[in-house]
Design a protein around this ligand. Sequence first.
Ligand SMILES: C[S@@+](CC[C@H](N)C(=O)[O-])C[C@H]1O[C@@H](n2cnc3c(N)ncnc32)[C@H](O)[C@@H]1O
Length: 306
Amino acid sequence: MRDVEVDELPRRALEALRNKGVMPHRELRDGLIFSVDARDFMSTVRDGSADVVFLDPPFNLGKRYGSSPRSGDQLEEEEYLELLSSMVEESVRVLRPGGALYVYHLPAWAIRIGGMLEGVLDFCHWIAVSMKGSYPYGGRLYPAHYALLHYSKGVPRVFRRPKIPPATCRHCGGLVKDYGGYLEYVSSEGLNLSDVWDDLSPVRHRRNKSRPGNELPLPLLRRVVRISGDRGGLLVDPFAGAGTSLVAAREIGMEFIACDREEECCDAMVERLKGVGPVERVGPGDSAGLENDGMGASEEREEVAK
Ligand SMILES: C[S@@+](CC[C@H](N)C(=O)[O-])C[C@H]1O[C@@H](n2cnc3c(N)ncnc32)[C@H](O)[C@@H]1O
């Protein structure tokens, strides 16, 4: 269904997709949403067209997405590995030089994905995103983090180090850590974001029960696009779920092409995007977790090879 005239970047990707007979579920001015298998979707995306590729695949744990009876999230290990490696390979192909690949997974799979990318992309970060409410398997330590892998296709075109507000006690509101002589700076400028993200709350769906499960926290995707995205760039998300990456992309003025094989998820993304527009700069103390908009003066910004 067509909303408005589609912008240049997604339109060019759309032409390539149409040539192969893949029609979008929805065309928006700044993005396209497809409801097909992620492999079919990726195989039609142009070489070197994406600034950021975000992969948040199903974890193969038998989870159901949407209300359709097919789970598909319980493949034989070989088959699952094949899905992951084809998605990784395609992601590398569609990234433009200097583009960024992010992959969110459990550490046991992230380490295998890292192996697939060895010598192919440049490793930037293994970001530990804290996991809440998990339980230990026999003979293992308590699992407390997901891995968010960050790779770059050569020298990053964009790299920013966002600032975040310092942690405060939820009872008294005071700072949890003592910053000594840096207190004034930390209070006004915020802290440099590290590669341990333990300040994000999982999405509980209390207010958004209509959305499909496994939605990532929006601040996580805001960080991703603020580190590696840029106004006017293109984000590709083949497992878009509830469209969290699309919200973050639109907020900073990126365009997107996204996919989820569940139509229900695609409809939910379109609904969710209705209230979202570009966001003006917000300071490090913003309680919505927006941090800086990526273009702020207080932020360390490194742009290379533009
Ligand atoms: C972990 S969720 C993604 C959540 C998303 N990052 C968000 O924040 O809302 C994975 C999504 O991939 C979709 N999916 C699973 N297998 C797929 C496939 N082979 N092709 C396309 N989509 C698939 C599921 O329907 C599910 O919505």
